[in-house]
Structure formats: structure tokens, C-alpha cells
Design a protein around this ligand. Structure first.
Ligand SMILES: [Cu+2]
Length: 117
């Protein structure tokens, strides 16, 4: 009987812990451009605002034909809730942004897309 109770307690604890290990995506980040935005003009910067402060360790932008867009981004030592990353002049096409970082004791990552007409 003790084993059953222990197993049930472990199951209850494991679920939220697992869910917190890696999260992010559109639920936890507000971006400009927004995910799936279709823009008439190229944005000058990418803005990411998180639910809580994170150390943003990596941001990658891929453009049309999976070209890597060079960014002036360096991972900072301090956590922040908002980041603004300048973008070079972008041409028309579909773009994909990958970001990852750590904050509030867990890893976070996400992907968003936008299109420049
Ligand atoms: Cu988080």
C-alpha cells in the first residue's frame, strides 16, 4: 500500500515539473513582428517580450531559401524580460526566428514566423 501511495505522489509531482522543463513558444512570448505576421515593409528590429526575465542565449533568423540572416546579437549575462534585436535590411519573403534561453530556473525556446510582402 505504501508503494501505491508513493507512486501516486510521484506521478502528481512529475507532471508539472516536466511541463516546466522547456517551454516558450507563442504562449509565453510577445513578439514584434507577431508570429505569422504578414508585413508590408521590412521590420527594423525584432522585439521579444517574455512572461518573466530570461537570459536569451541564442537568436537565429532564417530567410528565404533557408539563408542565415546575420544578427548583431550577443548573449547577455543578465536576465531581461524584453529584448530588441536590430535586423539588417530584409527583402521580401518568409522568415523564421528561433530563440532559446534560460530564466526562472528552466530552459525556454520558441519559434516564430513572419512574412515580408
Ligand atoms: Cu519560462
Amino acid at each position: 500500500m505504501k508503494h501505491l501511495v508513493l507512486a501516486a505522489a510521484l506521478a502528481l509531482c512529475a507532471t508539472p515539473a516536466l511541463a516546466q522543463q522547456t517551454h516558450g513558444d507563442s504562449s509565453e512570448v510577445v513578439s514584434v513582428p507577431a508570429d505569422d505576421a504578414v508585413l508590408a515593409a521590412a521590420p527594423g528590429a525584432l522585439s521579444l517580450t517574455f512572461e518573466h526575465a530570461i537570459v536569451l542565449t541564442e537568436v537565429q533568423v532564417h530567410g528565404p531559401g533557408h539563408t542565415v540572416i546575420p544578427l548583431a546579437f550577443t548573449a547577455s549575462a543578465n536576465a531581461a524580460a524584453t529584448y530588441s534585436i536590430p535586423l539588417p535590411a530584409l527583402s521580401s519573403g518568409a522568415y523564421e526566428v528561433h530563440w532559446s534561453g534560460t530564466g526562472d530556473g528552466h530552459a525556454m525556446e520558441g519559434t516564430l514566423h513572419f512574412t515580408i510582402q
